[in-house]
Design a protein around this ligand. Structure first.
Ligand code: ASP
Length: 328
């Protein structure tokens, strides 16, 4: 009994000691650089969004936010790294819709999308574009659909691996037209874009944040945008819905995460810096050039982000199960 009392007192003393320690740490945050993991290769659309946000957050946090590209396995390698990182706010993840789709696409994900992260806030919604190499024969989306149906796996489709947005868009496209293409996975659509421009692959579906410049420079052919409405900065490109694929709709959202257990005070500071970045004129104008805009500020809260993520996991589950595409 005495032994038990002594042990209980020791535990209580330890717990008390831990509270002010954690509080003091949160107060100091950040006193060294923060790593922002991008789960795709450098030079791609997630990387572009992350670097703009990281630069702006560095100014408001008074510490460098350094982007680290951890590509592979459709974004799940980088996300897994952050899920297992020390929950002190010094490692965050800038991911996209793949955070939700990978929960169903992967049978054995080594982390839980819904329970291993603290959501920091949503960042932006980005339309996608179906694009082809400049020498690809079809000139319109209708011609492209006929061409893919005819050539089938003779058409090479580049993506960023199972779980990526380009994978999701390609999967929806193939299921809409009832044909399979040959897919080639990359660590991100930055390197895939190089191969598309170089003509090594035929087709890709990717965010406007990666494709706008190449489309405008005539380096790739644009067949359609994946949103319901046309995209302002690419107004002459029809939607895929207009072009014979009714109901075809997919947009990529980005969100920021910290590992589960990161203190509420630190999440608050990260969120405040994110919200400031979303109002930064430089970020807004660069986003506009790339066919996107920051989310409305009421959507940039951890609470809204958590609910949205849960809804997105539930939304894509039946779609993926129906398509029957899974990875181990
Ligand atoms: N756009 C890529 C995707 O397909 C990822 C990237 O490289 O940013 O998900």
């Amino acid at each position: 009994m005495i032994k038990f009392k002594a042990a209980a007192a020791a535990i209580a003393a330890l717990a008390l000691a831990a509270v002010p320690f954690a509080g003091a740490k949160a107060q100091d945050f950040p006193n060294r650089p923060v790593t922002m993991v991008v789960p795709f290769a450098a030079g791609g659309p997630t990387d572009t969004v992350a670097r703009l946000i990281a630069e702006s957050m560095s100014r408001s946090l008074g510490q460098q936010v350094v982007v680290e590209n951890v590509g592979g396995a459709g974004g799940t390698r980088g996300a897994g790294q952050v899920a297992k990182a020390t929950p002190d706010g010094y490692t965050v993840l800038l991911h996209h819709i793949g955070q939700a789709t990978s929960a169903t696409l992967y049978r054995k994900l080594p982390y839980n999308v819904l329970t291993d992260f603290e959501e920091v806030g949503l960042v932006t919604d980005v339309p996608m574009t179906m694009i082809g190499k400049s020498t690809l024969e079809p000139k319109t989306a209708a011609e492209l659909i006929a061409y893919v149906k005819d050539k089938k796996d003779g058409v090479i489709y580049g993506n960023a691996g199972v779980g990526s947005a380009s994978h999701l868009c390609g999967m929806l496209f193939m299921s809409a037209i009832g044909t399979q293409m040959t897919t080639v996975p990359y660590q991100g659509t930055g390197p895939a874009m190089n191969d598309l421009v170089g003509g090594q692959i035929d087709l890709m579906c990717d965010q406007t944040t990666n494709t706008t410049g190449q489309i405008k420079a005539g380096k790739v052919k644009a067949y359609g945008v994946t949103t319901k409405e046309r995209v302002k900065s690419l107004a002459d490109i029809p939607t895929l819905q207009e072009s014979g694929l009714p109901g075809f709709e997919v947009a990529v959202w980005h969100g920021m995460y910290a590992p589960k257990g990161t203190s509420p005070e630190v999440i608050k500071k990260l969120n405040a810096a994110l919200v400031q970045a979303l109002q930064d004129p430089k970020v807004i104008s660069r986003f506009a050039d790339l066919g996107t805009e920051p989310v409305a500020l009421e959507r940039a809260t951890p609470e809204v982000h958590t609910k949205f993520l849960e809804a997105e996991v539930a939304k894509w589950k039946p779609v993926i199960e129906q398509a029957g595409v899974f990875a181990d």
